[in-house]
Design a protein around this ligand. Structure first.
Ligand code: G1P
Length: 299
């Protein structure tokens, strides 16, 4: 069942057309994907994660009011020449890096009708080859090899490769949840069932799908056959469940590293604090301030 097994995914799709109501009013005019985590927008961390897994062709599924996301990855000759004239080579390198990471392509999702619906727009760009999906509000720690490991696994097994984290019982209703059986070692599993956002108490497991997928081209045909599901939306989980039921192999890697989930204000704040403390330039002073602040003595 693994059409084109052995072919590594070389393109990524980032769905980023959502309205981001959880961050209003900040996201009324600024896409949530451009909210800064220290001094880089969330979306840049995600494109960097793709680039470090060897993916330099990125399709952004965008929507109304989101064009500034694309500007972020354009060269900016005027800004670059000003920084060069001032001799500010560190910032010059940081600005240039954004346009060197990847070729960015876009297409527009006219109406946000769900994650599956958004991915459906990628068909003409990726064709029938396997491709990667990175959700636009979460990213893994810089040293993570999760995405590379997923692409390698998919090239061996064909079909679909997912990434999982273990979540507590009261959080299962926020995620796609999988039932699994052992496949290779401790952390690579074969998926036997998938359900989008089960009610608490009715979940088949605590293994939650996180926002990294390697999908085969045949997902597009499955999306077209998928009826609205959870929240009345066309769910990617439901399209994958359809392929699973029809015999497409689905595997998953249980991820145990750090995942930054910036989709909600609490996770966003945690990401900012965690990454600020790790910075060579800001980390020492910020950590010292944070310790005194938490100890009740802001300095
Ligand atoms: C989406 C997917 C869900 C997945 C989650 C990961 O949900 O539909 O299966 O577990 O991303 O973050 P959303 O967060 O868009 O509601």
């Amino acid at each position: 069942m693994s059409e084109r097994a052995g072919v590594r995914a070389v393109k990524a799709v980032i769905p980023a057309a959502g309205l981001a109501t959880r961050f209003l009013p900040a996201t009324k005019a600024v896409p949530k994907e451009l909210l800064p985590v220290v001094d880089r927008p969330v979306l840049q961390y995600i494109v960097e994660e793709a680039a470090s897994a060897g993916i330099h062709d990125v399709l952004l599924i965008t929507g109304r009011g989101k064009t500034s996301m694309v500007d972020h990855f354009d060269p900016h000759p005027y800004l670059e020449s000003r920084l060069e004239a001032k001799g500010d080579l560190v910032r010059l390198a940081a600005v240039r890096r954004t346009s060197d990471l990847a070729e960015i392509y876009t297409c527009r999702q006219g109406e946000p009708l769900g994650l599956g619906h958004a991915i459906g727009y990628a068909e003409s760009h990726v064709g029938d080859a396997p491709f990667v999906v990175l959700l636009g509000d979460e990213f893994m720690e810089e040293t993570s090899t999760l995405l590379t490991d997923m692409i390698d696994l998919q090239a061996r097994t064909g079909g679909i490769v997912l990434a999982f984290i273990e979540v507590p019982d009261h959080e299962v209703n926020r995620y796609g949840i999988a039932s699994v059986e052992p496949f290779e070692g401790h952390d690579v599993v074969r998926v036997t069932g998938l359900v989008e956002k089960p009610a608490i108490g009715q979940s088949p497991s605590n293994l939650a799908v996180v926002g990294r997928y390697v999908l085969p081209g045949r997902i597009f045909e499955a999306i077209k056959r998928t009826k609205p599901g959870s929240g009345g939306e066309i769910q990617l989980t439901d399209a994958m469940a359809l392929l699973l039921a029809e015999g497409t192999p689905v595997h998953g890697i249980v991820y145990r590293g750090v995942r930054y989930d910036t989709g909600m204000p609490l996770g966003y704040l945690q990401a900012v604090v965690q990454l600020a403390t790790k910075r060579d330039d800001l980390g020492p002073a910020f950590s010292e301030w944070l310790r005194s602040f938490v100890g009740g003595n802001p300095v």
